[in-house]
Design a protein around this ligand. Structure first.
Ligand SMILES: NC(=O)c1ccc[n+]([C@@H]2O[C@H](COP(=O)([O-])OP(=O)(O)OC[C@H]3O[C@@H](n4cnc5c(N)ncnc54)[C@H](O)[C@@H]3O)[C@@H](O)[C@H]2O)c1
Length: 386
């Protein structure tokens, strides 16, 4: 029996713990939890199926104390973004296998601190990049690696987020906490693109806009307290017919609504090729799109997570192929794969697909994209310069 701990048992990690309990065939025990809130404060957010496991776990309010008192075979970190790097170092420095939520950090100072710990982390960290380990991305990588398209010389990637309101009406609207939407969203897309390409990014130029989710409503305004509650297109009542008088949903059109609502980045890679990436947070319903077009001299491949489909077009022959996936599960099947990787890392010492180095490279791309967005200049991506 392996004993694991959790730091920050919120919405995301409760889901991952649920998968761990199921996929480890009860060979993994949730031994301890460190969370600022006591157990009673948030039980309702946990799936029913993990309630017994949680009841048996020892609770701490301080992660360091948990790490000192418990003998843990692995630790999941699922706190909010700004705390990831500091907590990760606590776990890594004890040599315990780590499952780390993304983004791995939210600023350059923390990036450097993690980068310094990375050398001795010995490949014992899984970074929570479900897209990289989803079935569709693995298949795209196989096709690209087969050489069927020739070497990839251009990529165009899109992320039209149909649930984009989330980033303007709850805690994700606070850029101090998340580091902004390149770190929050693009970190996944940059990572799966790096994985498929198998080459390193060297510079980035980015631009962001805030055209929709901004306005003059007062800072701190909640939807339920707003005079426009009955007519505003972003009110949960108008959008979904849902009314919860205790809802903490914040106004998307207030002076303190953070985050760009669309942004693009151009990334140069070491081979000389480049990737264009765009994210959009006001697309809705069937406008949803997440995927990319990879082109080499011999062919082009395009795929979309939402359609669960890969299409391949040969440039030198009249050949077109379509591959369809039946993929359920969280993040297009990626969450289940991530959990398997962590179970295998702990129980068999198998190296994960999404490593701390990958998390650091992707975070550096996002930090430099944010820098470029703010300064209007190209920024270098130099993993070994720090
Ligand atoms: N990989 C993915 O696809 C994916 C999907 C969703 C969310 N996430 C990430 O998961 C993280 C958590 O998101 P969430 O929605 O679960 O948040 P949440 O607020 O529901 O959970 C965070 C938990 O951490 C606890 N906490 C905060 N600071 C702490 C500390 N110093 N020590 C111990 N506990 C602490 C909070 O009390 C809370 O229970 C975010 O960083 C988010 O980016 C990743």
């Amino acid at each position: 029996m392996y004993h694991y701990g959790v730091i920050g048992l919120g919405t995301r990690i409760a889901h991952i713990v649920n998968l761990t309990q199921k996929q480890s065939l009860n060979n993994f025990k949730l031994a301890a939890v460190a969370d600022l809130k006591p157990k009673e404060a948030f039980g309702h957010i946990w799936p029913e199926s993990i309630q017994d496991a949680v009841n048996e776990a020892v609770f701490y309010t301080d992660a360091q104390e948990m790490l000192e008192k418990e003998h843990l075979d692995g630790v999941f970190i699922g706190t909010r973004c700004s705390t990831h790097a500091r907590l990760a170092r606590l776990v890594m420095d004890k040599g315990i296998p780590l499952f780390l939520e993304k983004p791995v950090c939210t600023n350059m100072e923390d990036w450097i601190m993690l980068r310094r710990g990375y050398e001795q982390s010995n490949g014992r960290t899984v970074v929570s990049f479900p897209l990289r380990v989803s079935g569709i991305v693995r298949r795209v990588k196989e096709i690209v690696d087969s050489g069927k398209l020739g070497r990839i010389e251009h990529v165009q990637a899109l992320n039209y987020v149909p649930y984009g309101g989330t980033y303007f009406n709850n805690w994700y609207r606070n850029e101090e906490e998340t580091g902004g939407l390149f770190l929050q969203k693009a970190t996944h897309d940059f990572d799966y693109i790096n994985y498929i390409l198998g080459t390193s990014p060297v510079s980035v130029a980015a631009m962001g806009s805030k055209q929709i989710f901004k306005g003059n409503e007062p800072a701190g305004l909640k939807c339920v307290d707003c005079q426009k509650y009955l007519e505003c297109p972003e009110s949960p009542l108008v959008r979904k017919g849902e009314h919860d008088p205790n809802s903490n949903r914040m106004c998307c059109f207030a002076t303190d609504t953070g985050n760009h609502d669309s942004a693009s980045a151009l990334v140069r890679y070491e081979t000389g090729m480049h990737v264009g990436y765009t994210q959009n947070f006001f697309a809705r319903k069937k406008a949803q799109k997440r995927g990319a077009i990879f082109s080499g001299y011999e062919g082009t491949l395009e795929f979309d997570f939402y359609k669960s489909e890969i299409r391949i077009f040969q440039h030198l022959m009249d050949v077109e192929e379509t591959i369809r996936f039946e993929e359920g599960g969280g993040h297009f099947g990626g969450d289940e794969s991530l959990v398997n990787e962590f179970i295998n890392l702990i129980s068999k010492g198998e190296p994960p697909t999404a490593t701390l180095r990958d998390g650091l490279v992707s975070a550096l791309m996002c930090l430099q994209a944010r820098e470029s967005e703010q300064r209007g200049t190209f920024c270098k991506i130099e993993f070994d310069a720090y």
